[in-house]
Design a binder for this molecule. Sequence first.
Ligand SMILES: [Fe+2]
Ligand SMILES: [Fe+2]
Length: 260
Amino acid sequence: MKEQTPMGMNRTGMQMSPLDASAMTGAPASMTPATPGDDSALAEMRSAYIAESDPIGSVPLPGTVKGAMTTGISMLTGDQPQLLLDKLGERLAFERTGTRLYDALITKFETMQDQSTSMTLADLQKIRQDEARHFAIVAGAIESLGGDPTSQTPCADLVGVESMGLMQVVTDPRTTIAQCLHAVLVAEMTDNAGWELLIALAEDQNQNSLISDFSVALDEERVHLQQVNSWFQEATIGEVISSGALVDDVGDASTSQQLH
Ligand SMILES: [Fe+2]
Ligand SMILES: [Fe+2]
């Protein structure tokens, strides 16, 4: 079994170089910075880009006649069908990522044969199936509104960027189960908020036929969140215990330092 986060020769902190640290903190406040200026030039440049930029893409017009009519009617009544389609696109993208996150977590769990939590392979496979089914529910909902599930909406693009870090954590060969579960916890919290918003939007736009499927998905997300959160806590407490054991094994902390 792979060992948990070890105590080691981490050189990132200021304490690693006491002489340089005291020279730095001892510098007189009146001393001019090594480089002139402050962050106002950075803010100015960002402002210029913000003022000139276009939005992140657009919501495509529904390609089918049925869709065009539905969208047209909603537009006429003052609704914002593009908002619902944009958020459905977002959920589609995130559920796809969720499925891939669990695929990666399953591989890690099987390889490490981790027993630090009550989580089982069957639990992970069940959630993975739920995520894939949620993806299919959203794809069906987009089609029922005449939209194209293969198009990337602005919010789908956005969550694609946001979730890149989560995938990187879970697919990094060095990360522990506890670290992966932290990334998955972020995804599940977002899943819950995402479905809640989608149900509210569907209600707002009188798309009542979508709500029962969405409510089932939200109920499942609530179970995922509760499970992942408890596994994360179990795995994290396990780490604290094994770190303590590591120090005990080598005698005390000072011996541990010398070993490095
Ligand atoms: Fe989901
Ligand atoms: Fe989920």
